[in-house]
Design a protein around this ligand. Structure first.
Ligand SMILES: C[S@@+](CC[C@H](N)C(=O)[O-])C[C@H]1O[C@@H](n2cnc3c(N)ncnc32)[C@H](O)[C@@H]1O
Length: 314
């Protein structure tokens, strides 16, 4: 196992095996983090070069120089432009020439982000209410928590945390202002929920997840990034996504299902008239999950789901 304390990569062996039939020479690691996946892939495939993105300045700053890796500080929401530049194509669709052998998204937060109190991602550590992965971004969690109205906060908690007590918690947040730091926010959430809920998982868990997703616009970025990845992956290449909660996984599952389905004509049509052909195929029957051994050594892997789709076409 990779001992890099910045982040322990998840399902590395599975990612490598899924790429073996592709014999990759050029991959995009859309979420470099501590670089664990990138390192494992470079080791497994000697002729490989990687273009690695991360929107967190810390991830880029800690990365060692490597002639086989081009690091870019960027949000994968802009993958369309980045991949077009890599492939030398034009974005207007007139001369699209996909050239990438695969794209890996290992989404969510790194251990470094969670473990550094001053990043404000953890309800277990006292720090500023921030949660921005990209510290140049304008919106921080503090604005949502200390400035937004009850309706908008409740909407975030409901949509991105699937929190059934969203309105009750939002009211408590607004009433407790100013909320000083993450520990204060966690206490406010805890006090807002019934005792029976408090006895289960920490009630701030879903609230912090929801605020983080809103601050970083995570679901919209995933949709845009995935679209670009599929477009710029060459036939036979593979797009892989490791996600950690159902909201992300649903986006990936639906997009891959739409890509593999092909013809959308009603089943009673004798011939296809819509002309839609499948752009993807599934190289594995089911999404992959980490082994019990991996979860035992790295508990943060337990919620991971790895989905893969292969680009088809000539
Ligand atoms: C789970 S970690 C990735 C760990 C990495 N695979 C490794 O082996 O160390 C997720 C990383 O993705 C980055 N990230 C999340 N969303 C992103 C986005 N939309 N664009 C670019 N980077 C993103 C985070 O900043 C974080 O460093």
């Amino acid at each position: 196992m990779d001992q890099n304390p910045y982040h322990v990569p998840v399902m590395t062996a599975e990612v490598v095996e899924l790429l073996r039939p592709v014999e990759p020479r050029l991959l995009i690691d859309a979420t470099y983090g501590g670089g664990g996946h990138t390192r494992a892939l470079l080791e497994a495939f000697p002729g490989l070069s990687i273009v690695a993105l991360d929107q967190d300045q810390d991830a880029i700053a800690q990365a060692p120089a490597n002639p086989r890796v081009r690091l870019i500080h960027a949000n994968f929401a802009f993958l369309e432009t980045i991949a077009a530049e890599i492939c030398g194509g034009r974005v207007d669709g007139s001369s699209v020439s996909p050239c990438v052998d695969g794209v890996l998204f290992d989404i969510g937060v790194s251990s470094h982000q969670i473990d550094e109190p001053e990043r404000g991602f953890s309800y277990r550590r006292r720090g500023p209410i921030d949660m921005r992965m990209d510290r140049d971004a304008e919106l921080g969690a503090d604005t949502i928590i200390n400035e937004w109205g009850v309706d908008d906060i409740a909407d975030v908690l409901w949509r991105f945390g699937e929190e059934r007590l969203a309105r009750r918690i939002a009211r408590a947040i607004v009433a407790a202002r100013p909320i000083r730091d993450t520990a204060h926010l966690a206490d406010v959430v805890k006090a807002a929920v019934p005792a029976a809920v408090r006895r289960r998982k920490h009630p701030a868990r879903k609230v912090f997840q929801a605020i983080r997703i809103a601050v970083n616009n995570e679901l919209d970025s995933l949709e845009s990034g995935l679209e670009a990845a599929i477009r710029w992956t060459r036939p036979g290449g593979r797009v892989m996504v490791i996600s950690y909660h159902s909201l992300e996984d649903r986006i990936v599952k639906r997009r891959f299902a739409a890509g593999t389905s092909g013809c959308e004509c009603p089943p009673d049509f004798p011939v296809c008239t819509c002309g839609r052909v499948a752009e993807l195929r599934s190289p594995v029957r089911k999404p992959l999950r980490p082994s019990d051994e991996e979860i035992a050594t790295n508990p943060r892997a337990r919620s991971a789901v790895l989905r893969v789709a292969e680009k088809v076409g000539a």
